[in-house]
Design a protein around this ligand. Structure first.
Ligand code: UD1
Length: 379
């Protein structure tokens, strides 16, 4: 009997996490991956382009949830996914990361009952087993919606695949049984290594008239940074100051663009030759821009990891991070609008080290996840 594994993909950072696992599962004759796209991200350049780059097929199931407030989005995904679980009866649901769809699908799947008196022989459950990939990360900041999603998902999941030792420790402090925790490493690095040849093939940065190793890449989308007009204004001032030191490539997230346009702040950035405002980039182009930049300035989670792995300095505009290993071992530094200028100066002066890639960030995480899945089902 083939075991069906639902891979839940929702928002841009999820696609890089399911792709290596999908490809690894496709090699297994007893396991059948099924891609479920919740539709949280739906624009061509936020979703479809990533499926193409990462060689993923069209999603097998599309929930079409779209945008909305947190409760609306979470609720719509729950309602749609519960029906899918009842109808398709997957053996396992793999949720990744920390977006609203991660907790929504976890909540929906955990309360389903398949057969009242006939539990699955291998898992002992009468519902799908729920596994969380990228479990255990904590910023300890519950004002972040992602932190709430992480906490709630990890309480409910049956199997917790962690990327680094801090993940294991956090889960154990929260009382999660040791047997449920499996350290598998960082799946994003699998995507990066899987696509390295394509990433390196075309010098995308040349298209924007910048020189290799002599420009900054900027990404910003966290509500705490971009939803408040005062902090958005201060960010724009910082961007203009940085652009006087090196050219900036800034692929603008839809949330950020909307806020820049609504406040009129877009005028402070547009038309300046040293600031290249781009549409969100596909995975291969964006990674090429990162591979060749001098510095990344961001509030993204994934970019803190990718730059650490690549040894590229990263300044993270947040008061905390759920990925502390990128600071203790990698190239990441937290910063505020007050100290970012001096940190940029340090990077320019070459005072920041190359860092060291954490254990198991090696491009083989998907294989370790498959081994864990096989062991759950006694295959
Ligand atoms: C979501 C995740 C965040 C992740 C980010 C990556 C949650 C709580 N947040 O934030 O953790 O880092 O994705 O991008 O799940 N929009 C479009 N086109 C799209 C998608 C969104 O225009 O394809 C617009 C929406 O209409 C909305 C805004 O962008 O106004 C925000 O989208 P949403 O998915 O709600 O949250 P993100 O800020 O993208």
């Amino acid at each position: 009997m083939k075991r069906t594994i639902h891979l839940i993909a929702a928002a841009r950072p999820n696609f890089m996490k399911i792709a290596p696992l999908y490809h690894a599962l496709m090699k297994e004759s007893e396991l059948e991956p099924v891609i479920v796209h919740t539709g949280q991200h739906y624009d061509l350049n936020m979703s479809d382009a990533f499926f193409q780059d990462l060689r993923l097929p069209e999603p097998h199931i599309h929930l079409g949830a779209g945008s909305g407030s947190h409760a609306e989005q979470t609720g719509r995904v729950m309602i749609a996914y519960e029906k899918v679980v009842m109808e398709k009866r997957p053996d396992m649901v793999v949720v990744v990361g920390d977006v609203n769809s991660t907790i929504a699908c976890t909540l929906a799947a955990t309360k389903v009952v398949f057969d009242h008196d006939q539990n699955d022989a291998a898992t002992g459950l009468n519902r799908p087993m729920i596994a969380h990939l990228e479990a255990g990360l904590r910023s300890f900041d519950r004002t972040m919606p992602e932190e709430v999603n992480r906490l709630a998902t990890d309480v409910l999941a049956d199997l917790l695949w962690t990327p680094s030792p801090d993940g294991d420790e956090n889960l154990q402090h929260e009382g999660v049984a040791k047997e449920k925790i499996v350290r598998v490493g960082n799946i994003m690095i699998d995507s990066l290594e899987m696509m390295r040849e394509a990433i390196e093939a075309v010098p995308v940065y040349e298209k924007y008239g910048v020189t290799q190793g002599d420009y900054a890449v900027l990404t910003l989308h966290r509500p705490a940074n971009v939803d408040n007009p005062t902090s958005l204004k201060a960010l724009c001032d910082m961007i203009v100051r940085l652009s006087k030191q090196m050219p900036i490539i800034f692929p603008v997230h839809p949330r950020t663009r909307k806020n820049l346009e609504n406040t009129g702040l877009i005028d402070t950035l547009e038309g300046k030759p040293e600031i290249r405002l781009l549409e969100p980039q596909n995975y291969i182009s964006f990674m090429n821009l990162i591979f060749n930049c001098r510095l990344a300035v961001t509030d993204s989670g994934g970019l803190q990891e990718e730059t650490s792995y690549l040894g590229i300095p990263c300044l993270t505009l947040r008061p905390n991070t759920e990925r502390p290993i990128t600071i203790t071992q990698g190239t990441n530094q937290l910063c505020t609008l007050d100290d970012i200028d001096s940190k940029i100066d340090q990077v320019i002066a070459g005072e920041t080290g190359k860092g060291k890639s954490p254990d198991l960030w090696d491009g083989h995480t998907a294989d370790r996840v498959v081994t864990s899945i096989r062991s759950v089902f006694n295959i």
